[in-house]
Design a protein around this ligand. Sequence first.
Ligand code: 13P
Length: 254
Amino acid sequence: MNDMKKLIVANWKMHYGPVKAGGWIRAFRRERLPKELDVAVAVPFVSLAAVRASLGRASIPALAAQDAFWAESGAYTGEIAPSMLAEFGVSACLVGHSERRLHLGETDEMIGKKAVALQKAGISPVICVGETEMQRKRGQANRTVRTQLQAALKGLKGDGRAPVVIAYEPVWAIGSGRPCSPLDAKQMHDVIRPVLTKAFGATSEAIRIIYGGSVDVRNIGEYMTTTGIDGALVGGASLDPRDFGLLCRAAVPS
Ligand code: 13P
């Protein structure tokens, strides 16, 4: 993935087994995509092989996973090591999505360990951070995101072959149809940026900070034209390949 381009990541969440996943890729390959855009699709583990097969020689969208474990191998029943994902040609992986924090009890420490393991395997960790509605109401949004981020960045490199991506996804905006305004998202990205600079120095400039939460074809343009927002993480609006193609085209002014 090119650091200078905007990045759109589709997150299918728990949708599409191998059969439907293959169909999605074949349909999406017919979409015309702007050259100025990096596009990745984060799919369930069991669909990685079908997606890879349907992609053939195509390198777009880049193949991404939705989670990985921190150990290289061992007695961790049900888990998947980053090196296994690398064998599939996975180039990016979500880590710390709020749905995993909520339903599976993932902690900042676990997320940090996963991010380090991914980067070691040559996979870009897409680190998800974001406050709940209650935390925002109480004026704790900035502190929450800073704390999540600092924990996740421990041990990571700011540059190298697997650059970190930060996804700001306020929990209250996810799947709610109530997106965070581009201005509010920008304000949080402006909180995140100095944390990256402190952690990585000048190399942090190449790290993309993308926004996620009820992004769709109608609002993507506004986010992409807002300074400080380097892309989007898209859930529901990525499930239809043609609609997602439209969204990608709407992300780049023609
Ligand atoms: P929605 O786009 O469905 O709100 O989901 C956002 C998200 O959680 C992407 O990771």
